[in-house]
Design a protein around this ligand. Structure first.
Ligand code: SF4
Length: 316
């Protein structure tokens, strides 16, 4: 069971203009995330609350009260063509949302104000809001990303212990697409020597093709030093421990930046998959998303060569 705590922020919209993160504003209805993905870079945000980045991140969850009122005020100064991203530091459709409905209230407000939005999630709970998503989709003011990095049930259980399983996410994508909601497969983070093998990539691209997913956005895992250490120590206690030696070799200390040679090789391998399956590596720009930048691995693969938020910044 998680502890649910309440905060009353005066500001709920975070500007990312100076960070060049691929979107202009981010909005997060909650702090912490019960999906508890061990690689989640947002774990670091719990340190600012004097909480630990391990268990506390998924067991001490914060609900932001009076969210709608504050968001309405904050949005007054935001141009309509700025990109607002939902789900950069928490999954907006984690189980808390079924009770508190803060994410739903954000969609209602954005429909009212006319702002465009991108949403990243791992949860089928997003289907509850199909009525609102359809409105935003028809206006071309929406892009949904469903995050899924492996179809292997055991690997997912280890890496993302509290998240919905792969089948549920695939069904969610199918349902969203069936209802005409612009939906991309979010393959991030790719974890070197853990989820980057040909078999894993092949199964994902092949599944995406059979779902008729047009866009698949890929990005390699990025870690802060503290999340890297947490991740490494946690994985060392799991059946994935045998892959850690090679994993560690491509993250260079002290900053744990990914090895450039590894990145280039992965990029080339991914290019083959994009070509073979005829899937685009980035999304079309919804109306008002003029400033969306390129993904980490963007290729011209189909008729649609466009751009999207930087996936390394929008894990869900
Ligand atoms: S990666 Fe997304 S779903 Fe997983 S814990 Fe982080 S915010 Fe939650």
């Amino acid at each position: 069971m998680a502890d649910i705590l309440h905060v009353s922020p005066h500001q709920v919209l975070n500007s990312n203009h100076e960070l060049s993160m691929g979107f202009d504003w981010s909005v997060n209805p909650y702090r912490g995330c019960s999906h508890g993905c061990h690689y989640c870079y947002a774990r670091d945000t719990h340190r600012y609350l004097n909480l630990d980045i391990g268990r506390d991140f998924s067991k001490k969850l914060f609900v932001k009260d009076h969210f709608s009122d504050v968001l309405k005020k904050n949005l007054r100064h935001v141009p309509l063509n700025d990109v607002i991203t939902l789900g950069t530091a928490t999954d907006p459709y984690q189980p808390l949302e079924s009770k508190y409905r803060v994410t739903r209230s954000i969609l209602e407000i954005l429909i009212e104000t006319g702002h465009a939005i991108s949403i990243t999630t791992k949860s089928p709970l997003i289907l509850r809001d199909l009525d609102l998503l359809s409105v935003l989709g028809q206006r071309k003011q929406l892009q949904v990303h469903i995050s899924l990095i492996s179809l292997d049930a055991q690997v997912i259980k280890i890496l993302e212990p509290g998240a919905p399983n792969a089948n549920r996410r695939i069904k969610t994508m199918a349902e969203l697409l069936h209802h005409g909601v612009p939906t991309a497969w979010f393959l991030a983070p790719i974890l070197p020597f853990i989820t980057d093998d040909d078999e894993t990539l092949e199964s994902i691209f092949s599944q995406a093709r059979s779902l008729n997913v047009r866009w698949l956005m890929a990005s390699v895992g990025h870690f802060t030093p503290s999340v890297y250490h947490y991740f490494f120590q946690t994985m060392a206690q799991t059946p994935l421990r045998s892959r850690l030696k090679q994993f560690a070799e491509v993250y260079h200390k002290p900053g744990y930046k990914i090895d450039p040679a590894y990145r280039i090789k992965l990029r080339r391998r991914l290019a083959q998959f994009y070509l073979r399956y005829g899937i685009a590596s980035s999304t079309e720009s919804p109306q008002g998303f003029e400033s969306i930048r390129q993904t980490e691995f963007s290729f011209v693969t189909t008729e649609s060569q466009c751009s999207s938020p930087d996936p390394m910044s929008i894990q869900a």
